[in-house]
Design a protein around this ligand. Structure first.
Ligand SMILES: C[C@H](O)[C@@H](O)[C@@H](O)[C@H](O)C(=O)O
Length: 436
């Protein structure tokens, strides 16, 4: 097996201007420019590792600087050295004394950790000539668990319990892998329900979604209650009584407001309310859940790290666990949250509304289904239909299901022409705007 050594890196700020009809618009962020700090690890061979952060607009500048800082620590390391103690490297990066203070394990520095760690996984999978999901699914339970830093987790999950969870699924994993290769993992669409869309556009997109086989639709809410009642009614009427509708408030409310607003929309039979309040407030989610039952509580896209997820799960504060492939510190930390969710019996429904997130998530749901969660009951992964054309290995959706990626790596590689055109500030798209 080749053993490339990381010898240098580049980190670019790649930004996509908001689309005219406001794809991506929500109650807290408006219609942002989707962006990425795009990391390329270069080696002494032809192999490269590519990773990215999902960021909005100018926030990318901070992620670029943080990623450059972290990359310094892996230059000079061989892949064998990294995989020999992957949890050790993860601990080293997240515990770096000069930078730990600006986290720890949250915000810009943790987004950058995720980007760098995922670039290493991309390199690792390319060297093994496997898509990332297959690389991880082929690991023994012990190997997989050795990638995880269990610091701060052992009151809820020990390495021994994690190994037990994985081993209990071993004998049936091959059947699930075959099933994924044949029919894929169930997905839901957010693309019909952005806040900036007209009523007519919601109806048209829902009808197109139904024709394409979608059975789960998400609606952004939280800006104006009357508008939300009208829009939720339109979506429910268009998709009919049997398809699922989910609501997403992007952290807009305080506790009582969240309860009242959600209950006003209860007549439209939503399945979950997502991010009703501050993403760090475990007890508030618990209280909202009690106040809106039987509507479930979903959160995770801004859940900082495994420790926060641990508390949401321990407190019974969420009914849907929305891991985020870029917010968490890479595959290593994602694995720990998948295992925690399995232990607490909460379905994992990954967040993917961002650039590159669907491409990453496609691998993570395969790992969860084949080796960890092992169920599609109430498990459904987000799909957002824009910006996939910039990726060399874009996700594939068939009959409203994610199909397992087939190319080697972790699917974050962007097309060279995309980097050239959208790099900030000198790419064609931005230099023309800036001078205009
Ligand atoms: C700013 C982004 O578009 C978010 O609105 C998006 O990630 C969203 O919360 C989602 O659930 O997909």
């Amino acid at each position: 097996m080749p053993n490339p050594k990381i010898i240098s890196f580049t980190v670019d700020d790649v930004r996509f201007p908001t689309s005219d009809d406001a794809d991506g618009s929500d109650a807290m962020h408006g219609s942002p420019d989707y962006s990425a700090a795009y990391i390329v690890l270069k080696t002494d061979s032809d192999f490269e590792g590519h990773g990215l952060t999902f960021t909005l607009g100018r926030g990318t500048e901070l992620c670029v600087e943080a990623a450059k800082y972290l990359c310094q620590f892996i230059v000079g390391m061989t892949l064998d050295e990294i995989r020999g103690d992957f949890a050790g490297l993860w601990r080293k990066l997240t515990s770096e004394p000069q930078f730990r203070w600006v986290g720890p394990e949250k915000g810009v520095i943790h987004l950058a950790t995720g980007g760098v760690i995922n670039a290493i996984w991309d390199l690792y999978a390319k060297v093994e000539n496997k898509p990332l999901w297959k690389l991880v699914c082929d690991m023994s339970a012990e190997e997989m668990v050795s990638c995880i830093d269990f610091r701060y987790l052992t009151d809820a999950l020990t390495p021994e319990e994690a190994i037990e969870i994985l081993k209990a699924n071993d004998s049936t994993a091959a059947v699930r892998e075959k099933e994924m290769l044949e029919s894929g993992f169930p997905a839901y669409t957010t693309s019909a329900g952005w806040l900036g869309y007209s009523d007519e556009k919601i109806v048209r997109l829902c009808n197109e979604g139904i024709a394409d086989g979608w059975s789960h639709f998400k609606l952004k809410v939280g800006d104006n209650l009357e508008d939300d009642r009208r829009r939720a009614g339109i979506m429910r009427n268009t998709i009919g009584p049997d398809r699922k509708m989910m609501l997403d408030a992007n952290q807009r409310w305080d506790v009582q407001q969240a309860i009242d607003w959600t209950n006003t929309l209860a007549e439209f039979n939503p399945w979950w309310i997502e991010e009703p309040t501050c993403p760090d407030d475990v007890l508030a989610h618990k209280a909202i859940g009690e106040g809106v039952h039987p509507i479930g509580i979903a959160t995770g896209e801004q859940c900082q790290n495994r420790v926060m997820f641990k508390q949401f799960l321990q407190a019974g504060a969420i009914q849907f666990c929305q891991i985020d492939s870029c917010r968490l510190g890479g595959v290593n930390e994602v694995l720990s949250v998948l295992l925690l969710a399995k232990k607490f019996g909460v379905p994992v429904c990954p967040h993917a509304g961002g650039v590159g997130l669907c491409e990453y998530v496609n691998h993570l749901i395969m790992i969860d289904y084949i080796r960890i969660g092992a169920s599609t009951d109430s498990h459904v992964a987000e799909f957002v239909d824009h910006l996939h054309e910039h990726f060399v290995d874009p996700c594939v959706i068939k009959n409203a299901a994610y199909m397992p990626p087939t190319a080697a790596g972790y699917s974050a590689t962007m097309k060279p022409e995309t980097i050239e055109k959208f790099r900030f500030p000198d790419g064609e798209v931005w230099s023309t705007r800036n001078s205009g």
